[in-house]
Write a protein that binds this ligand. Structure first.
Ligand SMILES: [Zn+2]
Length: 258
């Protein structure tokens, strides 16, 4: 893989718009441009021209900048086949390959419904752009999908290597860790990561990308198969939960009310 800079552009309260720029190139690719204004500013400052937009799902904080950016720059907009998103020119579904010569890499498309019904992720080892499906220490709200779908989506991510870099779209890590700690009070990996995150935030630094290696240790939504998480979920639900899907549904609801 070409040496690449990956810039995080903060947008709204806590979104990150990712910009991928091969070293020494004046071109770039933008993931989920929810707001054109900070992106335009970044492009001007760094004298970059975007060559493509990648869209993970239909929510406005991921798509709101498509129109203004494509008015200004002629380029393809790649997005999910199962969602109706204005401005998307090329529709992708799970299993598709997306070669991007400007980046000298090929993204594999992973279907990951749950947060929304047609959500997709872009994966090219070790990079994973997973939108609002997986966050550091958490996952997206289940707006459209079912627990069965969501667990299946997370399993697809869990099948990726430990070294995978999780480029999620929000800075939710600190709040997610608070919840993770409530689910697993004795999990030392959560406590020590909480400390690191607190220091980073104090210094105005971002806490992503994360790695799958770390997420496997701290993210309750990737740990629904474990006894500790199941026990805790059962205590919250005050009933026994039969399987991973029921545990996931329970802690997703618990987090919504946390
Ligand atoms: Zn969303």
């Amino acid at each position: 893989m070409t040496i690449m800079h990956i810039h995080a552009i903060p947008a709204f309260n806590d979104n990150y718009i990712w910009i991928l720029q091969p070293k020494d190139s004046t071109q770039c690719v933008i993931v989920d441009p929810g707001d054109a204004q900070p992106v335009m500013k970044f492009l001007a400052e760094h004298q970059l021209t975007p060559a493509a937009l990648l869209i993970t799902h239909h929510h406005h904080d991921h798509t709101g900048g498509i129109q203004a950016l494509t008015d200004r720059y002629a380029m393809p907009v790649y997005g999910p086949a199962e969602e109706d998103i204005s401005g998307v020119t090329d529709k992708l579904r799970g299993g598709d390959s997306l070669p991007l010569t400007v980046l000298n890499l090929t993204f594999n498309i992973i279907d990951c419904p749950g947060h929304t019904n047609g959500h997709i992720a872009f994966y090219s080892a070790p990079l994973l752009f997973c939108g609002d499906t997986l966050f550091s220490a958490g996952c997206g709200r289940m707006f459209e999908g079912t627990p069965e779908q969501f667990i299946k989506s997370l399993r697809r991510f869990k099948a990726l290597p430990d070294e995978t870099l999780v480029y999620c779209a929000h800075e939710y890590t600190a709040a997610n860790l608070e919840f993770a700690k409530a689910v697993e009070p004795d999990n030392q990996a959560i406590s020590s990561h909480q400390q690191w995150v607190a220091e980073r935030r104090q210094a105005n630094e971002i806490t992503v990308p994360s790695t799958l290696r770390l997420e496997r240790k701290i993210n309750p939504f990737l740990r629904c198969h474990l006894f500790s998480v199941q026990q805790s979920a059962q205590r919250y639900a005050q009933t026994s939960l039969a399987d991973e899907v029921e545990v996931f549904a329970c802690i997703r609801e618990w987090k919504d009310n946390f």
